[in-house]
Ligand binder design. Structure first.
Ligand code: WT7
Length: 646
């Protein structure tokens, strides 16, 4: 198999304590033939932390190179950390964890904002062979508790508090609530290590960047309760810790981390990634997809609490010895200039963000972008959902001044790294298409009966063979892993996404299969209707769901968020219908268009169409809505439903 040879050569660039003794790849993708398993380089031993830090400092002599420029929520709050400094802090914290009794295979929960200590904490876990389970700091205490229990984490690392834009988040209070809930459910977490972040100024460590970032704003009055016997201050433990730490040599197939992703049926799934394969995959995708060069300044705006941050803030860039920006804030604070002023400040060369951020900033027009130089930018990336051509074009024309290739990267928490993506400068782009598979990735499009479709086709997107970054199991529930990804079409990994291949062989993600609509026997994707709506000048964002219809089976119910300065009217509704008829065809004409000042979204910015479908049907039984970022939009939409076909 060509793929194993390809990856075998790449593996040679990394440090292995002991080489791979047996087959480079063994796997079974076919449920009818037995248990699903994937093993890359089993029996080889290494350590990912050693590879991303020690190897860069000692072998590649990158000790003095900046690993991260940290840019705080408040402009002016900044620091930087070199590879050498990062290695020292990681060794210290590894020693702290070991002293607290954490051993190889133990699970450690991390609940922190985007600060350098988050990177230190995750790499320290990796160094000693403990699994980190990072929970996005925007999640509730309930979600944190659920995740701690699911993987029985014995230690939690958190932060006193932080600002997200103007909003103060008392994270320690949420962490305390979560630990209280764990206790009530009979699972006492032994230790909670707390980084003093907002209260940092008090520590007088402001001018020692290798210790911690200086905070210029005066410390606000955040009340923190302290649980004696459980809580420990990060800075106190670090002061006593030695700065050398022998890594734990792990099997390539040992688990590296758990990251929870929402499942279609309520309970989140603990996606498990392993040391060796994940390392090869994120390092290689980072290198080629962003056309990495040593002098690059890379900036991925994703939070480390999501897979994008794991792979392309921490592991991928560090494995390549890259310099990155680590940003604590949000695109709209203190104003919508923020991203572009950071691009200019650090001379960012490669920039990676989500369509939702692009659409948000688009609403404010070109001027906030064009008044900045952006001359350093070379490659622009997007990830997370299909990007509508209108947003793609704005990103390309306005942000990238038509100079920068756009890499629309399709992948999933489960895949570890990019799966379908252009290679910048090499792949001719089509706006809205993730183009072609990455090296060693074998996609196929299946019809409902599981037959592979050739040429121009639309159906289920699957992968025919493993790549090194594929998840290995759902933590504690291998059966769920097999059912979710391998049962529907034996022999294939099923993404859950719909996909179209055009006459030139380009792949176009049409959205989740559950977002497919069937109107009068015709398959339609929500994404294409939304894209047509958003192309109208009055529409900032749109979400389309299927709605029961007595004749058509399903009809389209559309929610539209208008741009500033536009009002909703019957005339506009007519214009939008005409626009869709013109862009797609009469079959796609919506029956309902509702004005939606806000849309229910997950904290990562994904529109929750499941909730919108219920709203359209006036069904108040919404199921689990704990991941909705702003629940108030739901009641507003319920009370302004369209009652009759327009
Ligand atoms: C789902 C995975 C991968 C990191 C962020 C999301 C959708 C992701 C694209 C893209 C069209 C995309 C898919 C996928 N998706 N990237 N470039 N074009 N759709 O990770 O939360 O695991 O979500 O996001 O539907 O299945 P995730």
């Amino acid at each position: 198999m060509v793929s194993a040879e390809f990856w075998g050569d790449i593996a040679k660039e990394f440090y292995w304590k002991t080489p791979c003794p047996g087959p480079f790849l063994r796997y079974n993708f076919d449920v009818t033939k037995g248990k699903i398993f994937i093993e890359w380089m089993k029996g080889a031993s290494t350590n990912i932390c050693y590879n991303v830090l020690d190897r860069n400092v000692h072998e590649k002599k990158l000790g003095d190179k900046v690993a991260f420029y940290w840019e705080g929520n408040e402009p002016g709050e900044t620091t930087q950390i070199t590879y050498h400094e990062l290695l020292v802090q990681v060794c210290q914290f590894s020693n702290v964890l070991r002293k607290q009794g954490i051993q190889k295979g133990d699970r450690v929960a991390i609940y922190m904002p985007m600060i350098p200590e988050l990177v230190v904490a995750m790499l320290a876990c990796a160094r000693i062979g403990a699994l980190h389970s990072i929970v996005f700091a925007g999640f509730s205490s309930e979600s944190l508790c659920e995740r701690i229990l699911d993987s029985s984490c014995s230690l939690l690392i958190t932060t006193d508090a932080f600002y997200r834009g103007e909003k103060l988040v008392n994270l320690k209070e949420l962490a305390d609530e979560a630990l209280q809930k764990c206790q009530e459910k009979g699972f006492p977490v032994r230790r909670c290590i707390v980084v003093k972040h907002l209260g940092r100024a008090e520590l007088g460590m402001g001018d020692s960047p290798s210790q911690s970032p200086p905070i210029k704003r005066s410390c606000p009055d955040v009340q923190i309760s302290w649980n004696q016997g459980i809580d420990l201050w990060w800075h106190e433990l670090m002061q006593e810790a030695g700065d050398e730490c022998e890594p734990e040599w792990c099997d390539a197939e040992d688990p590296l981390f758990i990251l929870y992703t929402s499942g279609s049926t309520g309970k989140p799934k603990g996606v498990v990634h392993t040391v060796g394969g994940y390392m090869l995959y994120v390092a290689t995708t980072f290198k080629y997809v962003f056309d990495f060069h040593a002098e690059d300044v890379f900036w991925c705006t994703a939070d480390i609490g999501w897979i994008t941050g794991h792979s392309y803030v921490t592991y991928g860039p560090l494995a390549n010895g890259a310099t990155s920006v680590l940003f604590e804030g949000i695109p709209t604070y203190p104003d919508v200039n923020r991203l572009w002023s950071i691009v200019d400040k650090y001379k960012v060369t490669k920039f990676y963000t989500a369509p939702t951020a692009i659409r948000l900033l688009m609403k404010f027009g070109d001027e906030p972008v064009t008044k900045h130089s952006r001359a350093s930018l070379q490659v622009l990336g997007t990830v997370g959902e299909p990007i509508n051509p209108e947003a793609w074009l704005w990103y390309h024309q306005v942000v990238g001044a038509q100079r920068c290739p756009i890499v629309d990267t399709f992948w999933q928490t489960e895949t570890g790294g990019h799966m379908l993506t252009p290679l910048p400068g090499a792949t001719p782009m089509k706006p809205g298409s993730a183009t072609f598979p990455f090296f060693g990735v074998a996609p196929a499009i299946l019809n409902e009966s599981g037959e592979e479709l050739e040429g121009e086709a639309e159906g289920y997107l699957v992968f025919k063979q493993p790549w090194p970054g594929i998840m290995r199991t759902v933590y504690g529930n291998h059966e769920r892993f097999e059912t979710t990804y391998f049962k529907k079409f034996p022999g294939y990994y099923v993404t859950g996404d719909g996909c179209r291949r055009d006459q030139d062989g380009y792949y176009w993600i049409t959205g989740r299969i559950d977002d497919m609509l069937n109107v009068s026997g015709h398959l339609l994707s929500t994404a294409e209707v939304e894209s047509a709506l958003v192309e109208h000048e009055a529409v900032a964002e749109a979400a389309v769901v299927g709605h029961p219809h007595p004749v058509k089976g399903e009809c389209l119910y559309c929610f539209v968020t208008l741009c500033d300065g536009h009002t909703f009217s019957p005339k506009l509704t007519e214009e939008l219908k005409k626009q869709i008829r013109e862009k797609i065809g009469p079959i796609a004409t919506p029956d309902y268009i509702q004005n939606a000042p806000g849309l229910p979204k997950t904290r990562s910015g994904k529109i929750m169409r499941r909730v919108l479908r219920k709203i359209a049907q006036n069904d108040h039984d919404l199921g689990d809505t704990s991941t909705v970022a702003d629940p108030s939009v739901i009641s507003h939409l319920f009370s302004h439903r369209c009652l009759t076909i327009q």
